[in-house]
Structures are given as structure tokens and as C-alpha cells.
Design a protein around this ligand. Structure first.
Ligand code: AMP
Ligand code: ZN
Length: 135
């Protein structure tokens, strides 16, 4: 299913051109237009899903396998020192395009990419509350 107003639906399905690294029946992998680092790529499913929660299980599984494949290939070719796989869900998490996508971000020693956070403290109260959700 495609969303007529969704730019990533249009890119994934070839209606808007993009620098394509890989394509199969389910996905297109493109270079990000505003890269965090050299080689920053995006995995886009051809089917519209706003976020991870809407993505069908079969595509979610295939997407991670594809992330492994593309990141491995880029890592060797670009000789990067590391890789971040980032996937944002919701505005509060930094999502700006509401069509599920996975960021593949090559990392180079000394680069200025920032995908880290200040560690907090796991309180007993939070731990109890969250463990209860999974009982
Ligand atoms: P997010 O903030 O996780 O929603 O990521 C959206 C990403 O899409 C950003 O890194 C943008 O630079 C990238 N982006 C937006 N429009 C395009 C486009 N037309 N082609 C390639 N990348 C895009
Ligand atoms: Zn879409």
C-alpha cells in the first residue's frame, strides 16, 4: 500500500529519483540527502508503514537482514571504523519522515556524529514498573 502524500513512498517506488545503492521487490536503499557521515544510507520499504509498529513482521525481519548486508558491504568498501544502525519512531525520537526507514551510519574515528546519550540511573521504582509490563 502506498501513501500518495508520502515522499519516501515515491522514492521507494521509483517515482522520485534517488541515489539507489540496492533495490529488490520489498526495499530500496538510498543515500541520505543530509548525511551524518560519508556513506549514510537509508533502507526504505516499498510498502508504506509510518513506523516500526506498523511494519509487517515479515518486512521487519527482512529489513534487519538487509541492514546487515548493506552495512557489511559499506564497512569494507569505505573502510569505516564502526557503524550505527538507527531507527527513529515518533517526533520525540527525532523522526521527521513518517515512513519507516533504517539509518545506516558509517562511523569514522574522530568524527562528530552524535548518536549517544548521557547515562541515567535505573531506579528500583522504574525497574519494578517496567518488569511488571512483561510478567
Ligand atoms: P528521520 O529523522 O529518522 O525521519 O530521518 C529522515 C532522513 O531522511 C533524514 O536523515 C533526511 O536527511 C533524509 N531525507 C529526507 N528527504 C530525503 C530525500 N528526498 N532523499 C534522501 N534523504 C532524505
Ligand atoms: Zn510512505
Amino acid at each position: 500500500m502506498k501513501d500518495q502524500n508520502c515522499i519516501f513512498c515515491k522514492i521507494a517506488n521509483g517515482e522520485i529519483p534517488a541515489a539507489t545503492l540496492y533495490e529488490d521487490e520489498d526495499f530500496r536503499v538510498i543515500l541520505d540527502l543530509g548525511p551524518a557521515s560519508k556513506g549514510h544510507a537509508l533502507i526504505l520499504p516499498k510498502e508504506h508503514a509510518a513506523n516500526l509498529y506498523e511494519l509487517p513482521d515479515a518486512l521487519a525481519g527482512k529489513a534487519m537482514i538487509l541492514a546487515k548486508k548493506i552495512a557489511s558491504k559499506l564497512s569494507v568498501a569505505l573502510k569505516c571504523d564502526g557503524f550505527n544502525i538507527v531507527q527513529n519512531n515518533g517526533e520525540a525520537a527525532g523522526q521527521t519522515v513518517f515512513h519507516f526507514h533504517i539509518h545506516l551510519i558509517p562511523r569514522y574515528k574522530g568524527d562528530t556524529v552524535n548518536v549517544t546519550w548521557q547515562p541515567g540511573i535505573l531506579t528500583e521504582e522504574d525497574k519494578k514498573e517496567i518488569l511488571e509490563i512483561f510478567r
